[in-house]
Write a new protein. Structure first.
Length: 135
Protein backbone atom coordinates (compact mmCIF):
# COMPACT_ATOMS: atom_id res chain seq x y z
CA UNK A 1 0.00 0.00 0.00
CA UNK A 2 1.57 3.25 -1.12
CA UNK A 3 -0.92 5.61 0.48
CA UNK A 4 -1.67 7.26 -2.85
CA UNK A 5 -5.21 7.22 -4.23
CA UNK A 6 -5.90 4.53 -6.80
CA UNK A 7 -8.39 6.50 -8.89
CA UNK A 8 -6.02 9.15 -10.26
CA UNK A 9 -5.23 9.17 -13.97
CA UNK A 10 -1.85 7.79 -14.97
CA UNK A 11 -0.66 11.08 -16.46
CA UNK A 12 -1.16 13.02 -13.19
CA UNK A 13 2.20 14.27 -11.87
CA UNK A 14 3.26 12.57 -8.61
CA UNK A 15 3.57 15.96 -6.90
CA UNK A 16 -0.09 16.74 -7.57
CA UNK A 17 -1.15 13.29 -6.36
CA UNK A 18 0.82 13.83 -3.15
CA UNK A 19 -0.87 17.20 -2.57
CA UNK A 20 -4.30 15.64 -3.11
CA UNK A 21 -3.46 12.86 -0.67
CA UNK A 22 -2.27 15.40 1.90
CA UNK A 23 -5.42 17.46 1.50
CA UNK A 24 -7.65 14.41 1.90
CA UNK A 25 -5.83 13.18 5.03
CA UNK A 26 -5.89 16.60 6.70
CA UNK A 27 -9.61 17.06 5.98
CA UNK A 28 -10.43 13.55 7.18
CA UNK A 29 -8.56 14.10 10.45
CA UNK A 30 -10.31 17.43 11.00
CA UNK A 31 -13.67 15.84 10.28
CA UNK A 32 -13.01 13.43 13.16
CA UNK A 33 -12.45 16.37 15.52
CA UNK A 34 -15.99 17.63 14.84
CA UNK A 35 -15.03 21.31 14.82
CA UNK A 36 -17.50 24.13 14.09
CA UNK A 37 -18.29 24.75 10.39
CA UNK A 38 -15.58 26.46 8.32
CA UNK A 39 -13.09 26.37 11.19
CA UNK A 40 -11.83 23.00 10.01
CA UNK A 41 -11.46 24.28 6.45
CA UNK A 42 -9.46 27.28 7.68
CA UNK A 43 -7.17 25.00 9.68
CA UNK A 44 -6.71 22.65 6.70
CA UNK A 45 -5.82 25.51 4.37
CA UNK A 46 -3.42 27.01 6.92
CA UNK A 47 -1.66 23.69 7.52
CA UNK A 48 -1.24 23.02 3.78
CA UNK A 49 0.05 26.55 3.23
CA UNK A 50 2.52 26.19 6.12
CA UNK A 51 3.66 22.85 4.77
CA UNK A 52 4.12 24.26 1.25
CA UNK A 53 5.99 27.34 2.52
CA UNK A 54 8.69 25.35 4.30
CA UNK A 55 9.30 22.88 1.49
CA UNK A 56 12.49 23.00 -0.46
CA UNK A 57 12.56 22.29 -4.21
CA UNK A 58 14.18 19.04 -5.24
CA UNK A 59 16.82 18.66 -7.93
CA UNK A 60 14.15 18.18 -10.64
CA UNK A 61 12.42 21.46 -9.71
CA UNK A 62 9.46 19.91 -7.83
CA UNK A 63 8.64 19.91 -4.16
CA UNK A 64 9.47 17.07 -1.81
CA UNK A 65 5.99 17.13 -0.28
CA UNK A 66 4.67 14.13 1.60
CA UNK A 67 1.37 13.79 3.51
CA UNK A 68 3.21 13.29 6.80
CA UNK A 69 4.55 16.86 6.62
CA UNK A 70 1.03 18.22 6.15
CA UNK A 71 -0.20 16.28 9.19
CA UNK A 72 2.75 17.50 11.22
CA UNK A 73 1.97 21.12 10.36
CA UNK A 74 -1.69 20.50 11.26
CA UNK A 75 -0.69 19.10 14.67
CA UNK A 76 1.50 22.16 15.25
CA UNK A 77 -1.40 24.48 14.33
CA UNK A 78 -3.79 22.63 16.61
CA UNK A 79 -1.37 22.84 19.52
CA UNK A 80 -0.78 26.55 18.93
CA UNK A 81 -4.39 27.66 18.43
CA UNK A 82 -6.38 25.07 20.40
CA UNK A 83 -9.81 25.65 18.75
CA UNK A 84 -12.89 25.95 20.97
CA UNK A 85 -14.49 22.76 19.64
CA UNK A 86 -11.45 20.65 20.54
CA UNK A 87 -11.84 18.80 23.83
CA UNK A 88 -8.89 19.47 26.13
CA UNK A 89 -5.55 17.98 25.16
CA UNK A 90 -6.99 14.58 24.23
CA UNK A 91 -5.79 13.12 20.94
CA UNK A 92 -7.98 10.89 18.83
CA UNK A 93 -6.64 7.31 18.87
CA UNK A 94 -6.20 5.61 15.52
CA UNK A 95 -7.49 2.28 16.84
CA UNK A 96 -9.62 1.08 19.76
CA UNK A 97 -7.83 0.15 22.98
CA UNK A 98 -6.59 -3.42 23.13
CA UNK A 99 -7.98 -5.75 25.77
CA UNK A 100 -5.20 -8.21 26.49
CA UNK A 101 -7.09 -10.48 28.85
CA UNK A 102 -6.53 -14.19 29.26
CA UNK A 103 -8.49 -16.49 26.99
CA UNK A 104 -9.95 -19.56 28.70
CA UNK A 105 -9.23 -22.73 26.79
CA UNK A 106 -12.18 -24.91 25.88
CA UNK A 107 -11.98 -28.55 24.92
CA UNK A 108 -11.92 -28.96 21.16
CA UNK A 109 -14.05 -31.55 19.40
CA UNK A 110 -11.53 -33.44 17.27
CA UNK A 111 -14.10 -35.59 15.43
CA UNK A 112 -17.29 -33.53 15.05
CA UNK A 113 -18.96 -36.08 12.74
CA UNK A 114 -18.66 -38.74 15.45
CA UNK A 115 -20.09 -36.42 18.11
CA UNK A 116 -23.04 -35.53 15.86
CA UNK A 117 -23.71 -39.23 15.16
CA UNK A 118 -23.59 -40.15 18.88
CA UNK A 119 -26.00 -37.32 19.74
CA UNK A 120 -28.38 -38.45 17.01
CA UNK A 121 -28.26 -42.06 18.28
CA UNK A 122 -29.00 -40.96 21.86
CA UNK A 123 -31.92 -38.82 20.73
CA UNK A 124 -33.26 -41.67 18.55
CA UNK A 125 -32.94 -44.16 21.43
CA UNK A 126 -34.78 -41.81 23.84
CA UNK A 127 -37.61 -41.30 21.37
CA UNK A 128 -37.82 -45.04 20.60
CA UNK A 129 -38.06 -46.09 24.25
CA UNK A 130 -40.41 -43.21 25.09
CA UNK A 131 -42.85 -44.52 22.47
CA UNK A 132 -42.62 -48.11 23.81
CA UNK A 133 -43.17 -46.92 27.40
CA UNK A 134 -46.24 -44.96 26.32
CA UNK A 135 -47.92 -48.14 24.91
Amino acid sequence: MTGLPENTPGDTPPERVAWRTSRDRVLLYLRGLDLPPFEDLDLAAASLRACGAREEPTEDGGNSHVPAEAMESLFNLLEAHRPEGLLGTRRIPSCPPLNRGVMVAEPMDRVPWKTAFVRWMRRWRRELFAREAAR
